[in-house]
Design a binder for this molecule. Structure first.
Ligand SMILES: Cc1ncc(COP(=O)(O)O)c(C=O)c1O
Length: 345
């Protein structure tokens, strides 16, 4: 039985179990319907088994060795993957400005961090791709066990994962790709190639671009290591089944005809925006990250004008450029409002 179906089933027993709201006492009213489906792992319908089956189905969709559902974000996926493939005292290579969970993962594993830097594009103020040659130089110089790279970057710059993976293979190094911002990639050929089937471990946040609830995410594994032990060290023993079921439904949606059509239409809209806004410059490898500049405006000035005059809030701004994030839930109306605002500048 799917997790979604299981949560719809009424348990007819008189429950003297957790959770203590007994699915009825909804103290926080806006979440009333969530209380109704908030069951514990001991529920008679066996949600633990349903979760394992849901993950098996996800594994088939993504064509991985394993795909684990995460309810503590990509943060927990990065930590679990480092703990899985790295032992005490071994060296892990990571980007100096990576998300804090990368260094935290290395610390938790008792490993030694070896930092690398990424070049910042002088015209756009954003970090550029992870250069395979730079990685190779490090792997020649140090005895590295694990490499973590961020692709795409926050701003949508994608690295050559295939090349980096082949260098890692040559040096017997595990590759972890932080694809937190690329959860839509496996579902459209119009987006960059996903690392899911290339890297040893790939972590994706569903909540960032793929329509998931905060903080749902996925940990994909392509190597022959098992992530369960590490996950059990950092996860609660009382997971949120409503969140887990939302992950199951989310993946099914992304993989469905409806989900793919929705994504295709979003990409059409974003291509039109780029074509029609001739007064703006665009950068980056990922259509869903609108990284742009308007001549004679700094990134901060552009951000301020969009916010004050058009009620449009961007995701990230630097001195040179501004980035507006789109995801599966970004509709045509929203993109058109942005287009109108940009054209009027
Ligand atoms: C590149 C990157 N990796 C990892 C994370 C952590 O993701 P999550 O919020 O899903 O834990 C973030 C969050 O902003 C991020 O930007």
């Amino acid at each position: 039985m799917s997790l979604v179906k299981l949560l719809k089933k009424r348990n007819k027993k008189i429950l003297f179990t957790t959770p203590s709201h007994s699915q009825k006492l909804a103290v926080f009213k806006p979440l009333k319907s969530m209380y109704k489906i908030d069951i514990s792992e001991t529920d008679a319908h066996d949600p633990v088994k349903a979760l394992l089956k849901a993950q098996e189905r996800a594994k088939k969709i993504y064509k991985t060795n394993s795909t684990s559902f995460l309810t503590n974000g990509s943060t927990s996926g990065i930590i679990a993957s480092v703990l899985t493939c790295t032992n005490l005292g071994e060296k892990v290579m990571l980007w100096r400005n990576s998300h804090p969970c990368h260094l935290n993962a290395v610390r938790l594993a008792g490993a030694i961090p070896i930092f690398y830097d990424l070049e910042i594009d002088p015209d756009w103020g954003v970090p550029l791709e992870t250069e395979p040659e730079m990685i190779e130089n490090y792997l020649n110089a140090y005895d590295i066990k694990t490499l973590i790279i961020t692709s795409p970057t926050y701003e949508g710059i994608v690295s050559d994962i295939r090349k980096i993976k082949s260098i890692c293979e040559k040096h017997n190094v595990y590759l972890i790709v932080d694809e937190a911002h690329g959860a839509l990639y496996p579902f459209s050929e119009r987006l960059p190639e996903s690392a899911v089937n290339i890297a040893d471990f790939t972590v994706q946040s569903l909540h960032k671009t793929a329509g998931g609830l905060n903080p749902t995410a996925l940990l994909h594994c392509m190597c022959n290591l098992r992530v369960e032990k590490a996950l059990s060290m950092i996860n609660t023993t009382s997971p949120s089944y409503p969140l887990l079921a939302s992950i199951e439904e989310n993946i099914n949606y992304l993989n469905s005809w409806w989900g793919k059509r929705k994504l295709d239409r979003l990409l059409d809209e974003l291509e039109i925006l780029r074509d029609e806004c001739g007064n703006c410059e665009f950068f980056g490898d990922d259509l869903t990250k609108i990284l742009l500049k308007v001549p004679n405006l700094t990134g901060e000035e552009l951000s301020e004008i969009l916010f004050d005059e058009f009620d449009i809030e961007d995701e990230k701004t630097n001195e040179k450029s501004t980035m507006l994030l789109c995801g599966i839930g970004t509709d045509k109306k929203k993109v058109e409002k942005l287009k109108k605002a940009l054209l009027s500048l």
